[in-house]
Design a protein around this ligand. Structure first.
Ligand code: MV4
Length: 454
């Protein structure tokens, strides 16, 4: 590959431009009218405007992106994350134009996009899944029957879901019909597909995901885990590796399971296998993400492997060039997402012009951000404006370094979540490595202003 188009914006578009420069690949950015001043446009070798600010009229339009790719005469398209990155129809159209889609093939994206099919693939690969339905459930009667068999509480999930939409927790038989209807309705509205499935609800799990890389010659390795338990409303806040919860034995077992899922579905390129881990250390496959993820720098920092460069090499047909035993977890890494949002106003997005802007540096600190002094955060997109990634010899050193780095990060003119994230970092439950997916909720309750009436 000599020239690629980047079908994304923001920090990930910039991250891909940087990988291209280091590999001697020409990069072409696409941008909306709201992103004309974005750093990814300025740093790419070329740039093509694909429409107005709203993503439904720009970054989510396959035909505009493919037209830009044909005009620029690129060899490949990197989709980044979000937008069209896991749209199997987009990947298929790209492939049919003779352009390399930098990701898995469209059939695999389609399979993994159906969470009930993904569950079946994992089960076939001999990987533990959460007890529940085999495939989608037809109606509330079937949901009630399965819930009765596995026992309450159960969780109803959208087949096309992810990110918590179309998901309902059900505590008893009396609520199952109502919640089945609600989940199905929400799924239909959000994804155009009302199909849902049922799983046993795992209480206070940890969300631990494994990064995998697969080349086009059958070589598959995992690059260890990321613990993403610190989430707020299904938005990750802090990610780290290694997980403070995993033992070497459990890590090996889960890593082998992740590779088995990837092998069984014929996965190519970079991907992530998500697990829930319960308090006893039992793990369950839940989903596979067929894309590069926001938190990929955590894995890059710990393993020393450049994941975006690996994606580009794999898409060019190169071999991985290393084996599982060559992958080492060399340090502890933590990532914090920096968002233009106001924690004091229920995390409302805060678009607007950044005034003063100073990014942290020093030993063991990486900042991936497209922001700069004078940059205006557009209203149309996700509020994430950057990520801080730190390394440390130990988890404690990484936490202290992150606190130091966040204290240096100055973002003027708009509200951001840095003070909130620092408070989370210093919370004893997080510091002790005991955070589950319920941690942020508990943290917010503990730190809420006391009720003065009482
Ligand atoms: C679960 C679960 C517990 N039991 N499934 C959330 C989004 C999607 N990626 C999967 N998710 C979960 N699935 C079973 N069977 C817990 C979560 C979950 C979660 C649930 C409630 C509140 C916050 C959460 C954060 C991460 C995962």
């Amino acid at each position: 590959m000599q020239k690629i188009l980047i079908a994304n914006r923001g920090e990930i578009a910039l991250r891909i431009v940087r990988a291209c420069k280091e590999l001697g690949i020409e990069s072409v950015a696409v941008y909306s009218e709201a992103d004309e001043q974005s750093l990814h446009v300025q740093l790419a070798d070329g740039a093509i405007c694909i429409g107005p600010g709203r993503s439904s009229e720009s970054y989510l339009r396959p035909e505009r992106i493919i037209a830009a790719a044909e005009i620029a005469n690129v060899d490949g398209i990197h989709p980044g994350y979000g937008f069209l990155s896991e749209d199997p129809d987009f990947a298929e159209q790209v492939e049919s134009c003779g352009i390399k889609f930098i990701g898995p093939n469209s059939d695999v994206i389609r399979k993994m996009g159906d969470k009930a099919v993904a569950r079946q693939i994992a089960a076939e690969a001999g990987v533990p899944t959460v007890p529940g339905s085999t495939g989608p459930v037809a109606d509330d009667k079937e949901a009630a029957k399965i819930a009765h068999e596995i026992g309450y509480p159960v969780i109803i999930k959208a087949v096309s879901g992810g990110g918590g939409k179309g998901m309902r927790l059900v505590h008893s038989a009396s609520a199952i019909s109502r919640e089945f209807a609600a989940a199905s309705m929400e799924a239909l509205k959000s994804f155009g597909n009302g199909a849902v499935y049922v799983e046993k609800f795992i209480e206070k799990p940890r969300h631990i995901e494994f990064q995998i890389l697969a080349d086009e010659h059958g070589n598959i390795v995992h690059l260890g885990e990321r613990d993403c338990s610190v989430q707020r409303r299904h938005q990750k806040v802090i990610e780290e590796s290694p997980s403070p919860f995993l033992t070497p034995e459990l890590r090996k077992e889960m890593g082998d399971a992740a590779v088995a899922v990837a092998r069984h579905c014929g996965y190519r390129n970079a991907g992530t296998v998500e697990f829930l881990v319960d308090a006893y250390g039992k793990f369950y496959f839940i989903e596979m993400n067929a894309r590069i993820q926001v938190e990929h720098p955590v894995t890059e920092t710990v393993t020393g492997i450049d994941l975006v460069a690996a994606q580009l090499r794999i898409a060019s047909g190169e071999r991985l060039g290393f084996a599982q035993e060559d992958v080492q977890q060399r340090c502890h890494a933590i990532e914090c997402r920096v968002c233009a949002e106001d924690p004091e106003r229920n995390f409302a997005p805060c678009p607007g012009e950044i005034g003063l802007y100073y990014t942290p540096g020093g030993p063991g600190v990486r900042v991936d951000s497209h922001a700069y002094s004078g940059y205006t955060v557009p209203q149309y997109y996700d509020s994430m404006i950057g990520k801080v990634i730190v390394s440390g010899a130990t988890r404690q050193e990484a936490i202290e370094r992150m606190n130091r780095a966040l204290s240096e990060y100055l973002i003027g003119g708009i509200r951001c979540n840095i003070p909130f994230t620092r408070a989370v970092l210093m919370d004893p439950v997080f510091v002790e490595g005991k955070a589950t997916t319920h941690f942020i909720e508990e943290f917010m309750a503990r730190n809420a202003a006391p009720n003065r009436q009482g």
